[in-house]
Structure formats: structure tokens, C-alpha cells
Design a binder for this molecule. Structure first.
Ligand code: NI
Length: 209
């Protein structure tokens, strides 16, 4: 069951929620459906020296293609994602019993970098010694990973992702940021369109880039 909300009360702009206790928040049942114990992960992946590779539409398209292609060969589900100019946050669900996100990320980062360099895309300058250690000037080697503990933790990271463009000052409202799964979840009734003008309570205290 999605979020249910109606607007308008005698011509005022009051928002009336069917479930007043969840007003402005998404339905918990969705998190129960998405959550897999030990198999749901949050990741933050950053570009080398924070160069704004993903300000370029060609880079965004290429990354989408690469993620879809790896998800076909090594199955996983992207539950949520946001792409910012110099980093991304995403939530994945892996098949039961499979915890090997490292190989998947290695392939995604490697294939993206290879194709991006071939296209002559923007990269960070890297020293010869770092090149020898495998840096291509596209991605930071390390990435942040977090195993989602329960449905509440999933909700916090899900909201964190969708609020992120506002947190970084890129837009004033999540709806205005095209490169995330926010609009999809509005269409599916998970979020009201107006969600996220102010930092949601669910993510207070979370600082993950
Ligand atoms: Ni961020």
C-alpha cells in the first residue's frame, strides 16, 4: 500500500492525510517488501578528486548502461539511486546468500572508466605512481558501504538518497532533480510529490556525503 494523501479543504491549501501518523512519510510496508536481511546495502561512490564527471549527460547515460549490463550478468536490484555531479548514493538488494557487492562494483567502476577514457571524457590528473597502482583518474578507489540493519535503517537511507540533491544545494526540492529514483517513487505512490522541501526527520543525524 502506498502513501495516500489528498489536498484541498474548503479552498485552503491544507493537506489531509489518510494516515495522519505517517503524514509526509512513506509507507512502511514498502520497506518490509524491499528489505532482505544481510542482503540490502547502501553505497556512496565518489569520483577521483571530486571532478564533476556526472555533470555530463554522456557520463550519466554511460553509467546507467554499465550498471544495467552488470546487473544482467551478476544479478542485483537497484532499489534507489541518486547521481550527483561528483558522487552517487545507491541502495542495492542482492540475491539471497550472495554478499559479493565488491566484484560488482569493481566491474562497474572498471567498465565505466574504460569506456569513459576511450571517449576522451573528463578525468582527474593522477601521478605516475598512482597510475601504476591502477587509478584511472575517474573513481576514488575506496567507497563507503553499509549493510542495512532493518526496515527503519532502510527507510533512513532511502530518504537520504532522495533528499540528497537538496542537501547538496543543487535544487530546492527533490522533484526538481532528474537523476534519482525519486520521481519513480512519486509515480508509484510511495512519496507525495511535495516531499523533501525540508530535511526529513528520518535522516537527521545521517551524514554520508
Ligand atoms: Ni551526497
Amino acid at each position: 500500500m502506498g502513501y495516500s494523501c489528498t489536498t484541498g479543504m474548503g479552498g485552503t491549501s491544507l493537506v489531509v492525510c489518510q494516515y495522519s501518523s505517517t503524514c509526509g512519510r512513506a509507507a512502511m510496508s514498502d520497506y518490509r517488501r524491499w528489505y532482505v536481511e544481510g542482503g540490502t546495502y547502501f553505497f556512496t561512490v565518489v569520483t577521483e578528486r571530486r571532478i564533476p564527471i556526472f555533470a555530463d549527460a554522456a557520463a550519466r547515460r554511460l553509467l546507467g548502461d554499465v550498471i544495467r549490463s552488470i546487473a544482467e550478468s551478476d544479478p542485483f536490484e537497484v532499489v534507489a539511486i541518486v547521481l550527483l555531479p561528483d558522487h552517487l548514493h545507491t541502495l542495492w538488494r542482492l540475491p539471497r546468500g550472495d554478499r559479493d557487492f565488491s566484484t560488482r562494483w569493481k566491474k562497474i567502476k572498471g567498465e565505466f572508466a574504460k569506456a569513459w577514457l576511450r571517449e576522451g571524457g573528463l578525468t582527474a590528473e593522477v601521478s605516475a605512481s598512482r597510475q601504476r597502482r591502477g587509478s584511472s583518474g575517474v573513481w576514488q578507489r575506496r567507497f563507503w558501504e553499509h549493510v542495512i540493519r532493518d526496515e527503519g535503517d532502510l527507510e533512513a537511507h532511502f530518504d537520504y538518497i532522495h533528499f540528497n540533491p537538496v542537501k547538496h544545494g543543487l535544487v530546492t526540492h527533490p522533484w526538481d532533480w532528474e537523476w534519482s529514483t525519486f520521481r519513480k517513487y512519486v509515480r508509484e505512490g510511495h512519496y507525495p510529490k511535495e516531499w523533501g522541501r525540508a530535511e526529513p526527520e528520518s535522516i537527521s543525524g545521517l551524514s554520508l556525503e
